[in-house]
Design a protein around this ligand. Sequence first.
Ligand code: SF4
Ligand code: SF4
Length: 206
Amino acid sequence: MKKSRTNNPDALSTRLHYPGDEQRLPWLPLLLDAYAMADEGVALAIRNEEKRRRQRLACGKSCGSCCEHQKDLPLFPHELVGIYWYVLEKVGASERKILKDRLGERTADSPCPFLFDGSCSIHPMRPMGCRQFNVFGQPCAPGEDPYYTRRGDVLTPLADYTDRAFAAVIPFYELEETDPAAAIRLIRAQIMNLQTFDWGKLAGNM
Ligand code: SF4
Ligand code: SF4
């Protein structure tokens, strides 16, 4: 896997590259472009908000309470395909075995199945909702959903970057709709929840 800056030298995110896989899987470059766009929007929104508040983001590498306790994790079909690919082809054998058990044994109260030792095991393919969930002030308390306890501390993603991320994957859906805004609405309407999604089929393929 390689990383590159986008065309803009001041770009705030890097786009991942999997050259062989991208040649073989036509949807993968679309998804990687979408995630690079989403990441750039998040980085820009964080930078703006940190300046405005004169305060750093609370999220840090060792902080993963959200992955344990969040019940609503948006997931779209193009993201699901990315997770399937990553789990089946990129996750190491030992992690895959643990993951298979977790996916098969999930209950509604389980933490996100992809959380391993405080880190996301599908980090390059984590959904846009995970990328955009960022909190200021103090790290979330265990079980806290800051959307309800302190909405003002939750980062509001930049809508135009989110739309551009969705626009990047329009070809994936092979829609008859030609108006991009309408196509994005159709894609958004296919929202699922990572936490309640039935991962049994993926487990069965592992
Ligand atoms: S959203 Fe909350 S729990 Fe998650 S990394 Fe940020 S501060 Fe930590
Ligand atoms: S997919 Fe990764 S980032 Fe998203 S909730 Fe699960 S462990 Fe956290």
